[in-house]
Design a protein around this ligand. Sequence first.
Ligand SMILES: C[S@@+](CC[C@H](N)C(=O)[O-])C[C@H]1O[C@@H](n2cnc3c(N)ncnc32)[C@H](O)[C@@H]1O
Length: 289
Amino acid sequence: VLSAEVLEALAVRPGQTIVDATVGAGGHAALVLDQLGPTGRLIGLDQDPEMLALARSRLSPFAGNVTLVLSNFDRLREVLSELAIDQADAVLADLGFASDQLETAERGFSFQQSGPLDMRLNPTEGEPAGALLRRLSERDLADLFWQLGEERFSRRIARKIVALRRHGSLETTEQLASLVRSCVPRPRGRRPTIDPATRVFQALRIAVNDELGALDRLLAALPACVRPDGRAAIISFHSLEDRRVKEAFRGKTTWQALTKKPLVAHEEEVRANPRARSAKLRAARRLPA
Ligand SMILES: C[S@@+](CC[C@H](N)C(=O)[O-])C[C@H]1O[C@@H](n2cnc3c(N)ncnc32)[C@H](O)[C@@H]1O
């Protein structure tokens, strides 16, 4: 998403070292590598080994200029130091999940296909969504849906989940989606614009992957990872993330914000890729100390 805007924000020049902290299927990375030329270097991180495999094959034409690392981006500083890189010229992060992950039912991200309640971006670490739904109290579930999903019917949904736990089990994304839909009244007279399960799925995914914690740790590490006059660009998909990025790039000592308001996708891009509708890009220039 926002490819042209990302390239402009990163201000890539031949020979530079650029970090893509969320390399995914390698879409942005390939565009960056085109501009880096034969002496440039791209470091790509992802916490999902399946996405790294996709990136490896997509970026194979640039193999000599790419280093892919299986890691959470909250370890960016350590990753750079293990690669003996002092600082990068620019860092990009395109948060959240990739369409390949969403479309693989077994990963449990989709409420449109039935799969296990997993939702882990790193499938070998942490607690799957199903375990979280079994473990949390009714009150904690309600708070989670409200705080991370802004779900107005959070209490009703939490109550129903706890009731179901008593005499049955909640195993699939399909079961959870229909439970949520049964708790959320249809808006009168209008067709709902988004599936009522969207907010609860978002909240669970954020919690399962500690997405806000990882973003906070990345934002704290970034100043040390980007050289003076270098760039940082972050694409977020909901207000809880965007608020943090905005806050981090504010002030006049560490970063100079290059985007007063976040850049959003043009109508054409949204038509071609509905997920681009909620994408917000913020960029900043690292100020010399
Ligand atoms: C929106 S996709 C990136 C798509 C990529 N920019 C492209 O053009 O193909 C987000 C990717 O970031 C990864 N990811 C999300 N949070 C992460 C984290 N904390 N650390 C490392 N990777 C993460 C996901 O596994 C996913 O592959």
